[in-house]
Design a protein around this ligand. Structure first.
Ligand SMILES: [Zn+2]
Length: 117
């Protein structure tokens, strides 16, 4: 049975501390179903990752993307860094909850970070 997606020839860093290895990754139904070499098994979408690292998404343990997502919902700067999970509010500054009586104060504080308007 084929895969939905095959990522070929990537340098896999799995986050366990094991050395990187070059292999293929087969994805079916949104889940990794096989890692290894399987050149004869085709996929609907083939991705050549030669000379690229394939790894799990990174966790940003201190993020303020709750603000930046308001200006660019795709969060391209976060995605380009490989971050797939962000932790918010652990320094005490975050946007939620934002009760109505705090909106003026919150707007004033955030105005230094936000683009005009
Ligand atoms: Zn912070």
């Amino acid at each position: 049975m084929g895969f939905d997606i095959a990522i070929r020839n990537g340098r896999i860093v799995d986050g366990t501390g094991n050395p990187a290895t070059t292999a293929d990754i087969g994805i079916r139904n949104g889940r990794i179903s096989r890692i290894g070499r399987f050149p004869r098994i085709r996929a609907k979408k083939e991705i050549d990752a030669k000379d690229l690292v394939v790894c799990p998404g990174f966790i940003d343990p201190h993020s303020h993307s709750d603000l930046t997502i308001l200006f660019d919902p795709a969060l391209p700067s976060t995605i380009r860094q490989g971050v797939t999970t962000s932790l918010l509010g652990n320094c005490g500054d975050n946007l939620a909850p934002a009760p109505p009586e705090k909106m003026e104060e919150l707007s004033r504080i955030l105005s230094v970070f936000a683009p005009p308007g």
